[in-house]
Design a protein. Structure first.
Length: 106
């Protein structure tokens, strides 16, 4: 990443999502990209490495589901796409989307 790209990222807020498994273990993911497929919004997420390491985590795809809280505030929930074939197709679409975005920036 060059200095201009880093300067362009200043002030950008990273979306971090925390999932909890049935044992109460928390896993932190960062949103890499949002995209649409068949009228539905999805997000490509990557697992944050263990603190203090450069370890890369797995990538997952979640469906973004809009919800309205009790206070009337709009929010979103992330539902894991469990169909492996659909998930792989969505990852391919996300990768293509990100590559197109990179080409537009050049």
């Amino acid at each position: 990443m060059n200095e201009n790209e880093m300067n362009g990222m200043e002030g950008m807020e990273e979306d971090v999502i925390v999932f909890e498994d049935e044992d109460g273990q928390e896993y932190e993911f960062s949103v890499v990209d949002y995209f649409f497929y068949n009228g539905e919004e999805y997000a490509l997420l990557t697992e944050n490495g263990t603190e203090g390491t450069e370890q890369e985590g797995e990538c997952i795809v979640c469906k973004v589901v809009p919800v309205t809280g009790e206070d009337g505030a709009e929010d979103e929930e992330f539902e894991l796409v469990e169909d492996e074939e659909l998930a792989q197709k969505l990852i391919d679409i996300a990768n293509t989307h990100m590559a197109e975005d990179e080409e537009e920036e050049e």
